[in-house]
Design a protein. Structure first.
Lengths: 289, 274, 441
């Protein structure tokens, strides 16, 4: 149906979205690029001057920079591992013939509807707080001393919070995929006496590959820009233990009001994110066709 | 999947599933419970039975009227979603039914616009908003939220539309259906579930956006994210109050999500189901 | 005419709900404030202002401290004009005033009685003798301790303890089995959290942040002693999880009887002696902020949440009326009349500390006043310094530097880093930042 007429119609239909996003990308990105070459501090706008590459140099020589890259990686991979593995397990569990399936599903997807700062506040105050949190109450009940989560395991605590928020999303997509699995094929395999784990590896997992790809792709995009949870809980500390790249940029932009430095950090983040995206597309992109 | 399952295995799986579900839901449940406690009870240690006092809700309401931010949240979430759909449906449609060599690259590029850290572009956007008088207006934020979520919307719709088999259209055309009939009677019914779940997902994402909605508003357009920011970390510990405010901020979207979860699930495939 | 047009434009730009406004009638003020108890109380009193100023209505933007600071700073630096009244602290006022971002408050009405403001506070809010913000409530820092625990442990707290006294008292009062910890101090990273306290403590050890050439001094003996003693106190006698405790967390620990001593802002005294929320309200004693033997410095902590008008506001006259109301003697009386004298905003006016009713209800009044009068933020350290500020350094870069250093000290407290490493990291981060900002040539 790709006649010349439909092709030009299609171009017309695509145009608004592409143009809008182009503006949305070019204008802020262009301004950010421009600012990244300026000595521009919001608190001292009078002394704005051309900086050349200094902001970039300053940003990547920050002792926290390498830590922040590593933390970003750990955060993204950690959350992906938990949500994908947990998502598969929960999807299989919900797919079993259980009583109250609908209600269970509602409970499981609920965290997805909670605003990120609220989620962070809940976990920080009610769950992980070393004196009043539920974890501390549990520890006291067993007679052990409570763990100070955000001081002892800062990054791990943040991974837990973020994974909690994204687990429902992964579960939902994986569940949809699981439910489209051909039941007869499964039964046939069962008849042949294939054990459960082998059925899982040879039938279920390949079927879910595409859904897993989607989960990884979408979540990575969101996970790379996490900062609200860090800001509310650990402020990136202790030391730089929970500072990721976005939080480092946040620090430059909102604590130092160093617009030039934050812009340079932003450009670095965009470049790195796109490298990750290309890598991701290479690695998993074939699953998407 | 009508396999014979013994009653015992079924009960066993039920217990496991409920246990997992309750653990996942627990933080929300505990927040709701705490919101019905007094401040002293709230920090007195673990207790699942609140005194059912409404004092926290009363304090929260007198301190910061809930209805204006609530209405703003609704307008922003729904408005930005509708706007996004108007722009995205034709685009996704065109990409799905007359793809070019660049379609996939364009989609990837769209997604990559989401990777810019928001804090880095705050000052440019702030200045633009000031210049055009968009500061603290619902229209400015609606457009901004639309732009932020547009890539996801286009992508989700694209993957959904692609599942609609082209042959059906060919067959209809053979039978002499006009373009209007085609769209009205064949395509629309098939596309509705996908559009519905895209809409729901986008409403959720827009509702939960908490950076731009705080930075670009003061009073008239401030939604529930700003409402929450007026209760988090005050001087002193007010967890019952914070819980009440949190409950008020997440309840509407939680309830919407519960009621519409079937629709949400049906279209939330991102083309992942074959 | 011109004025009318400007007001019109301002109103349109703000999309004010009031609609068309002229300079004379119906103005809507947008007041940005933090969500602390005293400000929330002020919100509740708005009706009193409206009744005496029927043509001015007030819209509140209440946000938590960090978000408020971000919002307000962005707006004032870009001349956004979104707010008419700002709530800012003694840290921002001099910096912003020098940028020309604030309206001078030199024409407050006669009955406002500017001379009644506490001298230290007034000076901290003035640049070259001109007042740029009016204090809403103020604080210094002092020791709050449990008289009952001290008595049981056989400790007498001197009115002006040294850090050695504090260490001894902390050791004597600690009873970990019963969850009583000798001392609670701030540990949560942040320039306004742990660094507020540690900077004041360092002052009392004779340390300074910078020498006269703006070189950071974390490699000095005084800083080493400060951090060593801070860590020793907290590790041996402090509560678990101290590296995430800020003002709030310590407040509730103290209110629940888990702290023997707490050294923090004087406003806390009003909370810990409040029988409704505190289990130890009857047995709290107060003492001066400690010092190191031989160092005549008690931290010089001084803070005042204050109301100021951004130069970009289009409604400066109405905003002045509002500020004059909210920081007046009349407001204090209004609060006292409705909620009792204890609730009166402390630390701004001499007259409050001469009021017999207030003194009768507030056992901490005397110590608060003497701490506030003793604080000298114009010269925080006993050594020569190029900066002002007591528990902070009044330069724009301090928010970032202070927070980065606070991270290192917090890591040391959490046991993830040695004190020496933390100081070395603080030294290099600060040097880097100060070089970039052009202080160090």
């Amino acid at each position: 149906m790709a006649t010349r007429q439909t092709a030009s119609l299609a171009r017309l239909m695509r145009a608004p979205a592409i143009i809008l996003l182009l503006i949305w990308m070019v204008v802020p990105l262009g301004m950010t690029l421009y600012y990244s070459f300026l000595n521009y501090n919001l608190l001292n706008p009078a002394v704005t001057s051309w900086a050349g590459w200094f902001n970039y140099q300053y940003f990547y020589t920050d002792p926290a920079f390498l830590d922040s890259l590593w933390n970003t990686l750990v955060l993204v991979v950690g959350v992906l591992l938990i949500t994908v593995c947990g998502g598969i397990a929960i999807a299989i569990l919900i797919d079993k013939p259980i009583f109250g399936q609908g209600l269970v599903r509602i409970l499981v997807i609920s965290p997805f509807f909670v605003m990120p700062p609220v989620a962070a506040l809940i976990w920080k105050n009610m769950i992980m707080h070393p004196s009043y949190g539920v974890f501390a109450d549990i520890a006291k009940f067993f007679g052990t001393s409570p763990v100070d989560w955000f001081a002892q395991y800062p990054l791990f605590s943040i991974i837990i919070i973020v994974a909690w928020q994204w687990l429902p999303f992964a579960t939902l997509i994986l569940l949809t995929s699981l439910q489209s699995l051909d039941g007869e094929q499964m039964e046939a395999a069962e008849m042949d006496g294939a054990p459960a784990y082998s059925r899982f590896i040879h039938l279920v997992l390949p079927h879910m590959a595409r859904a897993i790809t989607v989960v990884i792709l979408i979540q990575t995009i969101f996970l790379l820009s996490i900062y609200a949870e860090i800001l509310v809980t650990t402020n990136g500390g202790p030391g730089t233990a929970s500072t990721n790249l976005t939080y480092l940029i946040y620090r430059a932009a909102r604590l130092n009001f160093d617009i030039g430095g934050a812009a340079a950090g932003g450009v670095i983040a965009v470049v790195l994110a796109n490298i990750v995206a290309i890598f991701l597309m290479r690695a998993v992109g074939k699953n998407l066709d | 999947m009508a396999r014979a399952v013994t009653r015992n295995t079924r009960i066993g799986w039920t217990i496991v599933a409920w246990a997992v579900a309750l653990v996942i839901f627990f933080p929300i449940l505990y927040t709701i419970i705490t919101s019905f406690k007094s401040e002293q009870e709230a920090i007195a240690g673990f207790d699942l039975i609140p005194s059912l006092t409404l004092e926290s809700y009363q304090t929260v309401q007198t301190q910061n009227n809930y209805f204006r931010p609530f209405m703003n949240s609704v307008i922003l979430a729904v408005g930005s979603t509708l706007l996004a759909l108007i722009v995205a449906i034709p685009a996704a449609w065109a990409m799905a039914f007359s793809p070019t060599r660049h379609t996939k690259n364009i989609l990837m590029w769209m997604l990559s616009t989401k990777m810019m850290p928001a804090v880095a572009v705050l000052v440019p956007i702030y200045l633009i908003f000031l210049r055009f008088g968009l500061m603290d207006t619902r229209i400015g934020l609606t457009v901004l939220l639309m732009l932020i979520n547009l890539p996801i919307v286009v992508w989700m719709l694209y993957t959904y539309f692609r599942e609609i088999p082209g042959e059906i259209l060919e067959a209809a055309r053979m039978d002499g259906a006009s373009l209007r009939d085609e769209i009205l009677y064949i395509l629309t019914p098939m596309a509705v579930p996908g559009i519905a779940s895209t809409m729901l997902l986008n409403v959720i994402l827009a509702w939960n956006e908490a950076f731009w909605t705080i930075q670009l508003t003061t009073t008239s357009a401030a939604p529930l994210s700003a409402f929450i920011a007026s209760f988090s970390s005050p001087q002193g510990l007010f967890w019952a109050k914070l819980s009440a405010a949190s409950t008020m901020a997440i309840a509407p979207i939680l309830i919407l999500g519960w009621f519409s979860q079937k629709q949400l699930v049906r279209g939330l495939t991102f083309g992942a189901v074959k | 005419m011109n004025k009318t047009i400007r007001a019109l434009m301002g109103a349109t730009a703000l999309c004010a709900t009031a609609g068309i406004a002229t300079a004379q009638d119906n103005v809507t003020l947008t007041v940005a404030t933090v969500n602390n108890g005293d400000m929330i109380r002020m919100q509740g009193m708005t009706d009193d202002f409206s009744s005496s100023h029927p043509n001015v209505s007030v819209e509140w933007v209440t946000l938590e401290e960090n978000i408020l600071r971000e919002r307000v700073t962005t707006d004032i630096a870009t001349q956004g004009g979104q707010y008419d009244v700002l709530t800012i602290g003694t840290y921002e006022v001099p910096i912003w005033a020098e940028q020309g971002w604030l309206v001078a408050l030199d024409d407050l009405p006669e009955d406002y009685d500017v001379d009644d403001l506490l001298p230290a506070v007034r000076e901290a809010l003035s640049v070259d003798g001109t007042l740029y913000a009016a204090p809403f409530y103020g604080e210094s820092a002092m020791v709050m301790y449990r008289t009952d625990l001290a008595e049981a442990a056989g400790v007498t707290m001197p009115d002006s303890p040294t850090w050695t006294d504090i260490k001894g008292a902390a050791e004597a009062m600690t009873d970990k089995e019963n969850e009583v910890y000798g001392i609670c101090l701030r540990g949560k990273p942040g320039w306004g959290e742990n660094m507020g306290f540690i900077t004041a403590m360092a002052n009392s050890y004779g340390a300074r942040w910078f020498d006269m050439d703006w070189n950071p001094q974390f490699d000095s003996e005084e800083w080493k002693a400060t951090l060593a003693d801070y860590l020793e106190l907290m590790t041996n006698y402090g509560p678990p999880g101290a590296s995430s405790n800020g003002f709030n967390e310590n407040l509730s620990l103290f209110q629940q009887g888990k702290c023997g001593m707490w050294i923090d802002a004087t406003v806390a005294a009003g909370f810990v002696t409040d029988p409704e929320n505190s289990t130890v309200a009857d047995s709290v004693g107060f003492a001066k902020f400690p010092n190191r033997e031989g160092v005549d410095n008690h931290g010089n902590w001084l803070w005042a949440w204050s109301l100021a008008i951004p130069a970009s506001s289009q409604k400066q006259d109405a905003a002045k009326q509002f500020i004059a109301w909210a920081t007046s003697k009349g407001y204090t009386e209004l609060v006292a009349g409705k909620e009792g004298w204890r609730a009166a905003p402390p630390g701004t006016r001499t007259s409050l500390y001469e009021n017999a009713d207030y003194l009768a209800e507030a056992p901490f009044a005397e110590m608060t006043l003497s701490a506030m009068n003793a604080a000298n933020p114009q010269k925080g350290s006993v050594q020569d310094i190029p900066y002002t500020g007591g528990q902070f350094v009044a330069i724009p870069e301090f928010q970032g530097i202070g927070t980065a250093v606070g991270q290192q000290f917090s890591a040391a407290l959490a046991g993830q880093m040695s004190a020496d490493d933390a100081l070395a990291a603080a030294q290099s981060t600060t040097t880097r930042e100060m070089t970039r900002s052009g202080y160090i040539q």
